[in-house]
Design a protein around this ligand. Structure first.
Ligand code: ATP
Length: 741
């Protein structure tokens, strides 16, 4: 790696684009005072990322831009570009958490621009990058940001004036440990970010915790309710299935029983009405027939009586006729048979009247008796007037006719009487049958009564069943409200068929107990709560995982930092040892004797000790260690740096700077009039050291010293033109000496 070119444009006194080529290991820049030599050195500082404007002798970024002259306008921006040869691909870009990548360019160009408003731009091979990237890139080639290898004018003894801590930084930088420091800083930043993240995550978790706990409790409650619902469902399935079987069976039993009773009742009613019908019919027909026959007998009896009376009269007349023929006609009514017949007739009428209760009938009988008595009177007159035999015969013929008639009537009477007797016996029989039927009907009535009360009982049972069915339906509704539509799956429940009411009661009690508990817990909105709980706990798990990752990452960052610190510590101590060897050699060479060395001091501890404070962090103290420079001049007792002369200070600084540069050669060293205070002898020694150093590092020296100029391969003369801007020209040694004056 080598410096190739430096392009300065609009920077400070350089109005136009000016290029310095570094084709030799020692380049000397010469020129009169105020020509702009130091501006070249500052251009180098600038492009390498210097952040202190003050160190570039300005108060703001705009001070770095060419301000214009009488003939030249001011520049719109200052721009400096530096080119490095990267054919050996040493430039690396540090990547956080990854392998550093080697930049594959043969030439690395770094540009920095500053604008009047103070805005800065950093460009790496044409691409705008961050300052961090530039620092990172330069650190990979041992160009640290402390810029210890750029010694500005008047800063020859900067390292002597610096604090022990700053010195340590310069030494670390010189030893190439900056890259580790940079990594530690990066790790520190990452640690801070990670710690902040962790705080945020932990805060989020803490904020989520009460909600999560609440949801967890709700979910537990819901799960308990779910368990209860499951057992409730299983109880319900058995209970409802058995209950439905029981109700159906009861219903069908009642229906069958009712139908049977109704049928039986219908039957009984039918039996009763048919008995009534038959009885009524039979009674009226036979009675009517009997009445007719009795009336007929009655009629026959009247006719018979009439005939008997006629016959009596006839016999009387015949007797009277015969007696008249033999005796006197006065004996007619004294015939005893005739009188006997009349008496018998009257007697029979009276007997009849005596048994008759009906007055109307009795009257009829009395009328008939009256008629008989009238007839006796008539008969007497007839008897008085009949006289002849022929008349007797005629009478006898009539008598016979009447007797025949009588016979006929009596036959008829007998016939009818037989019929009456038969009919009566029939009626009797029928009455007996009727009686039996009545008895039967009574039994049916009792049965009817029994069946009706059974039907009433069935109605009561039907009512009861209806209530049970309502209870069943309500149970399904209530259960459904608690466990949902699944309750209807009881229909598919397989039961062993045996349904015991006591067991059902027991099941019902269990169901009621769970229902009460479930209503207490409440089961609504469970699915949303579970969903929310899952989301929140997923988030919490995610955060917990993140906490774990962050903790691990913090641990590994701590470990990385500790490793890096240890590495720095070891390499630093070794480096200091090596520097001390070179330092004391160069020192004694410069001063013709004496010795010098660097020693480590624990600045922080001392400081804290002075303040009386307690030391808290051992590690912090280790890194607060500073460096002190100890010198021992030949033939002098003076050891304090403050007591050294200007020249002595310059020599000591140069010895130290060169020692550091030899132990770990920087790619280039810029020395702005570092030799200003040297006498001729020391100037030679200085020149020798330059040559020695140039074996490993490029040297850019600004000087007025001829000895120094003589060691340079390329000499650039800087002058101020008539336009008031700095100009650069390549010169020969003799010209350079002339220009420098
Ligand atoms: P010496 O030998 O005395 O150290 P030098 O050659 O190092 O001098 P510099 O310090 O580099 O000189 O240059 C200083 C000059 O640059 C001053 O004359 C100053 O006016 C000029 N200068 C500084 N900043 C600007 C600027 N922004 N615009 C124009 N000129 C500037």
């Amino acid at each position: 790696m080598r410096l190739q070119n430096l392009e300065i444009n609009g920077f400070k006194s350089f109005s136009k684009k000016t290029t310095l080529e570094f084709q030799n290991s020692i380049i000397s820049i010469v020129g009169p005072n105020g020509s702009g030599k130091s501006n070249v050195v500052e251009a180098l500082r600038f492009v390498l990322g210097e952040q202190s404007i003050k160190s570039m002798r300005g108060s703001s970024g705009s001070d770095l831009i060419f301000k214009g002259s009488k003939t030249l306008p001011k520049s719109s921006r200052a721009s400096v570009t530096i080119y490095f040869d990267n054919s050996d691909k040493v430039f690396k870009l540090f990547q956080e958490g990854k392998e550093n990548i080697n930049l594959n360019y043969d030439t690395i160009s770094i540009s920095r621009e500053v604008y009047p408003d103070g805005l800065n731009k950093y460009i790496l091979n044409g691409t705008e990058v961050r300052l961090k990237d530039i620092n990172n890139l330069l650190a990979s080639v041992n160009i640290g940001s402390s810029h210890h290898h750029i010694i500005s004018q008047g800063e020859a003894d900067r390292i002597l004036n610096a604090s022990s801590k700053d010195r340590r930084e310069m030494v670390e930088d010189a030893l190439g440990l900056k890259i580790y420091q940079y990594k530690i800083k990066e790790a520190g930043r990452k640690l801070e970010r990670t710690t902040n993240n962790m705080k945020e995550v932990s805060l989020l978790r803490r904020e989520n915790a009460p909600h999560l706990n609440f949801l967890k409790k709700q979910v537990d409650k819901f799960e308990k309710a779910k368990e209860m619902q499951v057992s409730l469902l299983s109880l319900y399935k058995e209970y409802l299935k058995k209950e439905s079987i029981y109700l159906n069976k009861e219903k069908s039993n009642l229906f069958n029983e009712k139908s049977r009773i109704e049928e039986e009742l219908e039957n009984v009613k039918h039996k009763i009405s048919s008995i009534d019908e038959v009885n009524e019919k039979k009674e009226s027909e036979k009675e009517k027939e009997l009445k007719i026959l009795e009336e007929k007998i009655h009629g026959i009896r009247s006719v018979k009586n009439e005939i008997e009376r006629k016959l009596g009269r006839m016999e009387g007349m015949i007797e009277m006729e015969e007696r008249r023929k033999e005796q006197t006609p006065e004996i007619i009514i004294k015939n005893p048979e005739e009188i006997k017949a009349i008496f018998e007739e009257i007697n029979s009428e009276i007997e009849e009247a005596m048994i008759e209760e009906n007055i109307a009938e009795i009257k009829i009988i009395l009328l008939r008796i009256k008629e008989i008595l009238n007839n006796v009177d008539q008969h007497k007159s007839v008897m008085e007037h009949s006289s002849s035999n022929s008349e007797v015969e005629e009478l006898r013929k009539n008598q016979q006719k009447i007797l025949d008639e009588m016979k006929k009537i009596e036959d008829e009477e007998k016939n009818i009487f037989e019929k009456v007797v038969d009919l009566k016996s029939e009626i009797n029989k029928e009455n007996e049958a009727l009686h039996l039927k009545e008895k039967e009907k009574f039994n049916y009535r009792v049965k009817h009564q029994e069946l009706t009360s059974s039907l009433n009982l069935i109605s009561v049972r039907e009512e009861g069943l209806k209530r049970e069915e309502e209870t069943f339906e309500n149970e399904i509704k209530e259960g459904g409200a608690l466990i949902g539509g699944e309750i209807l799956s009881y229909k598919n429940f397989e039961t062993d068929g045996e349904i015991n009411r006591n067991n059902q009661e027991e099941l019902k009690r269990k169901i009621e107990r769970i229902k009460i508990k479930l209503e207490d817990v409440g089961s609504s909105g469970g699915s949303e709560i579970i969903k929310e709980f899952e989301e929140v706990s997923q988030r919490d798990n995610f955060l917990a995982k993140e906490m774990e990752d962050l903790t691990k990452s913090i641990e590994s960052l701590h470990a990385l930092m500790a490793d890096l610190k240890e590495k720095i510590d070891i390499e630093f101590k070794e480096g200091v040892k090596k520097i001390n060897v070179e330092f004391t050699n160069l020192f004694s060479l410069m001063f013709g004797g004496g010795s010098a060395h660097l020693s480590l001091v624990t600045e922080n501890k001392r400081r804290k000790g002075e303040e009386g404070g307690e030391v808290e962090d051992e590690e912090e103290i280790a890194f607060e260690q500073g460096i002190e420079i100890n010198v021992s001049l030949p033939h002098k007792k003076v050891k304090e740096l403050n007591a050294l002369s200007g020249g002595e200070r310059s020599l000591t600084s140069i010895a130290l700077l060169f020692a550091m540069s030899q132990v770990n050669p920087p790619p280039f060293l810029v020395l702005d009039e570092t030799d200003a205070a040297l006498d001729e002898a020391n100037s030679r020694k200085y020149g020798d050291m330059l040559e020695k150093l140039s074996n490993h590092s490029q040297l850019i020296v600004v000087t007025h010293n001829r000895e120094t100029m003589s060691r340079a391969g390329i000499l650039y003369g800087v002058t101020v033109g008539s336009d008031g801007a700095s100009k650069l020209l390549s010169v020969k040694l003799d010209d350079a000496v002339a220009i420098a004056k």
